[in-house]
Design a protein around this ligand. Structure first.
Ligand SMILES: Cc1cc2nc3c(=O)[nH]c(=O)nc-3n(C[C@H](O)[C@H](O)[C@H](O)COP(=O)(O)O)c2cc1C
Length: 441
């Protein structure tokens, strides 16, 4: 039987996430991000489309690398202003039963003790539908506003992340025995103290002597997502991630990421299939091919090159205002994210990108491909991406909120279901159970 195609929705609690400039489209509703109905409507739509999860990106800084200031980011609403993603989860979980929530939290800026409790709380309140996208951050501005001179170096952030995971696993998995909560009204005992254990963690970065404040939640450890395809990022994913996000402009780039990730997972002693890989993509579809192409052209007119370069500069740590638009992108080592630049400069030796081409490319749907066509053509492309690259599904960005997602749910999902390549219904249980058939890590 062919492998099912899985969908996540790639979103952020902001105006302009992955399609810089598209907020100016007359049908776009991204400016409604402060309205709770904007999110509950989206959650219900995605659940109708049997999406695995809504994935909420987040950063704790501003995109101020371009021209050395945040003016372009603020002017064009490039991931600024930006609200807290976690607050959206209870809203959306109240109006859905199965949709999962993958929430990004940058670990250098959250103490593991308080963060572990926040995740356990959300796992309780969503009945086991919370996931955590583990990120180490890439914006120096985040570090500066949290009292550091600059962020830790790229690889040191991953050293910190390794210890952070040790602490949160101890809190989530080892601190409370399964039968610690007895809830015995007759005896007047809620928790048996002998079954709750201090974790006694003392490491290079953290000291946490006590026990976890929350009682065990349905999944205990939230479903773990990770994105980051540098060698250190891949090694980290191999040890911890259950789902991973990759972004690349071509099948060739994405296949390489997928192959490397599965090899690393196997080298870490896990089964290659223990990792679900979602590739970023944007779908532009309509009932006919001509309408879909016209929609694509119409969307393209709203791409803002300066906004796209502000985004790319923030991701890479390289100020792209210093290069002419026709200059070719070469790899420059930086302490921000390494894969963003590598995907344009190194991953595909057959292709040289100019700055303008890269800006136009990320202008619609970020660093993933744009799949355009009628529902059958899009389904063909999705199938061939999945089959040729070895990924498990797609992390779908949008151009116009919520039109892009509505088009996918109403047009593409039924086509894929008819082909037997997309789930018709959810199975009961936690988010981890949906994906891996078990509740616990
Ligand atoms: C699809 C995708 C989504 C990401 N989302 C976020 C995010 O929301 N917040 C964040 O700080 N980093 C995010 N990242 C960045 C990664 O977590 C990572 O920090 C970055 O890719 C640099 O790591 P690397 O050099 O190992 O690739 C994302 C990366 C990818 C590929």
């Amino acid at each position: 039987m062919p492998k099912l195609i899985r969908f996540n929705a790639f979103q952020m609690n902001t105006v302009s996430h992955q399609s810089p400039g598209l907020w100016t489209h007359p049908r776009d509703n991204s400016h409604r991000y402060t309205d709770p109905d904007h999110w509950t409507e989206l959650a219900q739509l995605l659940e109708r489309g049997r999406f695995d999860a809504i994935f909420l990106a987040d950063v704790l800084g501003v995109y101020d690398v371009y021209q050395g200031n945040a003016d372009a980011a603020l002017r064009h609403a490039v991931q600024a202003p930006l609200n807290d993603p976690l607050a959206l989860v209870p809203l959306m979980s109240q109006v859905t039963r199965h949709l999962g929530f993958g929430v990004t939290c940058a670990l250098p800026y959250e103490h593991p003790y308080t963060f572990a409790r926040r995740m356990s709380t959300l796992d309780h309140l969503t009945r086991g539908r919370i996931g955590w996208n583990i990120v180490t951050g890439y914006l120096d501005s985040a570090a500066r506003n949290l009292g550091m001179n600059q962020q830790l170096s790229h690889d040191e952030r991953y050293d910190l992340a390794d210890e952070y995971m040790e602490v949160v696993y101890k809190l989530w998995e080892q601190s409370w025995d399964d039968d610690a909560v007895v809830n015995d009204k007759e005896r007047g005992v809620y928790t048996d103290p002998s079954r709750v254990h201090p974790i006694n963690h003392e490491g290079r970065f953290y000291k946490v002597p006590g026990f976890h404040l929350s009682e065990p939640s349905p999944q205990r450890t939230p479903l773990l997502y990770q994105a980051g395809t540098s060698p250190r990022g891949t090694a980290f994913a191999a040890r911890h991630a259950e789902c991973t996000f990759v972004s690349g402009p071509s099948k060739k780039v994405v296949k390489k990421y997928a192959d490397d990730l599965r090899a690393a997972v196997r080298a870490a002693g896990r089964d290659g299939g223990d990792l679900k890989i979602y590739a970023q993509a944007l779908i532009i579809t309509a009932p006919t091919e001509a309408e879909a192409r016209a929609k694509h052209e119409e969307y393209k007119r709203h791409i803002d090159i300066e906004a796209a370069l502000a985004l790319l500069s923030g991701w890479t740590g390289v100020d792209f205002s210093r290069f002419p638009l026709d200059a070719t992108i070469e790899y420059i080592d930086s302490d921000a994210g390494r894969s963003a630049l590598a995907s344009f400069s190194q991953a595909d030796p057959d292709r040289k990108w100019t700055v303008r081409e890269a800006a136009e490319f990320i202008g619609l749907g970020g660093r993933g491909p744009v799949l355009v066509g009628d529902p059958r053509q899009v389904a063909d492309q999705l199938e061939s991406w999945l089959d040729d690259t070895g990924i498990d599904g797609f992390n779908l960005a949008f151009a116009v909120a919520h039109e892009s997602m509505r088009d996918v749910v109403d047009l593409v999902v039924p086509e894929l279901q008819q082909r037997g390549r997309y789930q018709r219904d959810y199975s009961p249980g936690t988010l981890r159970h949906q994906l891996f058939g078990r509740n616990r890590r």
